[in-house]
Design a binder for this molecule. Sequence first.
Ligand code: SF4
Ligand code: SF4
Length: 249
Amino acid sequence: MESFEPVQKDGFLYSSLADEVDIILNLAKLKTHSLTGLTLAVKNLFGLVPGTSKVSYHRDYPVDTQLGEQIYKYFSVLGHKTMNIIDGILALEGDGPSKGTPIELGIVAASSDAVGLDIAVTRMVGLKDTFCLTSKAALDSGYDASHLEVPEANISLLKLPMSKKMHLPAFIKKIAAQQIYVKPRILNETCIKCMLCMKSCPVDAISIVNDYPFVDKKKCIECFCCHEVCESDAIGLDRSWLHKVMVKK
Ligand code: SF4
Ligand code: SF4
């Protein structure tokens, strides 16, 4: 079987297979995402980042909006050759991308303009254009959404991730981070000790204590990589008391 080495363009790493093809069919599942708000077409292409180098993005861009900007920049390298399809027939709501709840929406949408597609679908599910942080990055970079005919709505069809129920500007979030947070906690009773969570943590916030992984909440930057990789439903989310006061379930 032919192997395709990673290549780099504009500082972004991707599989050289992407250079060999005329078109990339980018099929994204509509999911809520605890860090970027939603996973749609732009975010889905981030799957071309080879191996474990995704982790370094979380380490280098710990703030959710910064990560959204980087994913959008990554998309910009290859986005011109994509045909994008969003499958929201059965979507995911709540604490996605890995711990949400399935919801039937019956939405399928496609376009060669991934950003426009993402924004249109975001509106269809009743969320603001900027809720998906990759779309926010595109809009901040000058993407003009005025040609989209789907009107903005205000009633969300989706349960939002706990981490996105309260919006704080980045500078306030930095100041208030000690008091307002949603952080992972290992559930030893379901943990199978595979240690995937530990390997996925970009800031080494997970260590082994009494044979089980343990999250150092002071080190944790709330990237939810561990939450995403755990296949045993063994990572719960702890909310700080102030988060509980300010955000009702
Ligand atoms: S990934 Fe999940 S099952 Fe594996 S060690 Fe971590 S918490 Fe346990
Ligand atoms: S403990 Fe989990 S959420 Fe916290 S930084 Fe590590 S991988 Fe991210």
